[in-house]
Design a protein around this ligand. Structure first.
Ligand code: ADP
Length: 469
């Protein structure tokens, strides 16, 4: 009995011990598995946190068949997803801001209250000489212009926006000094740069300046002012003559047969001059404002060339100036893409000048030939007085004349070459001049050829084509 009891006790003990062992083993196995899972979870969280600020994708924990009973993992997973979305938003906004700043033609620079550069967009670099390496440096170390430094510190110290325009010299990539007229608007930063708090006045936490290169704008403005001044002057001169002659007629010359006729002729001349001037001014202003003045379409060039040269025949003969047209291997029926009227205005201005500025005994020639398959080039050359080298670069400007009095005497408006330049440019061509004082001038312009047959057959040169209008 005792033996039975003791063997039962023994059996129970062994059974209990074995059960405990199995439970412990199971617990150990489950625990070991959990520990590994938690460790894996930790590794994922760590790599996700590291990747949160890079472009690497996050490993979502949810995909790993999480047990619902794992609240910590679920919380971590949720927080990571929120963080990931917020971070993606922030990165997108920063990227957009950077793209906007990089696309601006105006330079944008921000400094803190100590005038340390905290931001500079690419456009600011050539304008102010601020480079990427300038970030973090003090403004006076980067910019030497005292005016700019003064208004930057005034804006911060006095908490006020300041606008100014002044010339600023910087060095370009080749080390050359470039001086530009710049317009700057500096606004104080009225919030703390570290947070949302507004700054305590009267000092700002920094300043932002927007810088613009206004050199070209100022040049155009000056040109416009010059145009108004010149135009008024040009209009005043013939008007003054008309007034003088009409007053003389009214006072005494009306009854004087000889004088009255001469004075009326003078009035007519001045009225013609005014008409030419106003019509040139209108054409030029329409051309400059980009209005479609001409309807360009394929046109055969040769008859127009002959006609325009022929129309100056009388004038040239009267001045005893030779006038010739030469067509160099010009294909028959060669077409250019231009309006009849546009070519007429170009040729008339150039041939008229050539005849006008060439003394008796001289010669004017118009040459036309293919420059390439796509371009026709036309030269108007003369053996006239020529243009001084110092004036050559300016003669295509409005109202620019080498000799004002001579041009006026010859009926010039000073606008012809400006009109020529605009028309040729609107056709996509080039215009230029070579000249030597006392020897003569050679004006050249190109016109776009209409390529119908890619291989234009070479026409006979000279004698057949050579024309003496
Ligand atoms: P203008 O009506 O005075 O001729 P343009 O604009 O046609 O005005 O020409 C500008 C200036 O260029 C002229 O005043 C003249 O001084 C100079 N010029 C133009 N063509 C010639 C030329 N063939 N020979 C010499 N000078 C020329």
């Amino acid at each position: 009995m005792n033996l039975e009891i003791s063997s039962l006790m023994w059996g129970l003990t062994i059974g209990f011990a074995a059960g405990s062992l199995i439970v412990a083993l199971l617990w150990h196995l489950i625990h070991k598995h959990r520990v590994r899972e938690v460790l894996e979870l930790g590794a994922i969280v760590r790599s996700n946190l590291e990747n949160l600020f890079t472009d690497q994708p996050l490993r979502t924990i949810r995909r790993r068949r999480l047990r619902d009973a794992d609240p910590i993992a679920v919380v971590i997973d949720d927080q990571l997803l929120i963080l990931r979305d917020q971070n993606a938003d922030t990165r997108r906004q920063v990227k957009q801001l950077r793209i906007v700043l990089e696309s601006m033609t105006e330079g944008v620079v921000a400094v803190d209250s100590r005038l340390r550069v905290i931001l500079a967009n690419p456009a600011a670099q050539p304008l102010l000489g601020i480079e990427a390496s300038s970030l973090g440096r003090l403004l006076p170390e980067v910019i030497r212009n005292p005016k700019l430094l003064q208004i930057a510190s005034d804006s911060v110290d006095q908490c006020k926006a300041i606008e100014a325009q002044f010339p600023l010299s910087t060095r370009d990539s080749l080390g050359r000094t470039v001086t530009r007229l710049i317009a700057v608007r500096i606004a104080p930063i009225l919030r703390s740069l570290e947070g949302e708090r507004p700054v305590s006045k009267p000092m700002a936490s920094g300043a932002v300046f927007v810088v613009q290169d206004v050199t070209e704008l100022r040049r155009l403005e000056r040109m416009r002012q010059d145009f108004v001044t010149n135009a008024s002057h040009e209009l005043k001169t013939p008007l003054a003559s008309i007034k003088l002659y009409s007053e003389s007629l009214l006072d005494w010359a009306l009854t004087d047969q000889d004088h009255s006729r001469e004075f009326v002729q003078r009035i007519e001349e001045q009225a013609d001059r005014l008409t030419n001037l106003v019509s040139d001014m209108l054409s030029l202003s329409r051309l400059e404002s980009g209005q479609e003045l001409f309807r360009h379409s394929p046109m055969v060039i040769e008859p127009l060339l002959r006609a325009r040269v022929a129309s100056y025949r009388d004038k040239a003969v009267m001045k005893n100036v030779g006038l010739e047209l030469e067509l160099h291997k010009l294909p028959d029926q060669l077409k250019v893409l231009a309006a009849d009227e546009a070519i007429r205005q170009i040729l008339d201005n150039l041939i008229d000048n050539a005849v006008k500025y060439t003394p008796a005994g001289g010669r004017v020639e118009v040459h036309a030939g293919l420059y390439s398959n796509e371009w026709l080039e036309i030269f108007v050359t003369d053996t006239g007085m020529g243009i001084p080298r110092s004036d050559l670069s300016r003669i295509f400007e409005r109202f620019y004349r080498v000799d004002k009095a001579r041009s006026r005497d010859l009926g010039g408006t000073g606008l012809g070459l400006a009109i020529v330049k605009h028309i040729v440019s609107s056709l996509g061509g080039e215009v230029g001049v070579e000249s030597r004082e006392g020897i003569g001038s050679r004006f050249r312009f190109t016109l776009p050829v209409v390529v119908e047959n890619p291989k234009p057959q070479a026409a006979e040169t000279s004698d057949l084509n050579k024309t003496k209008p």
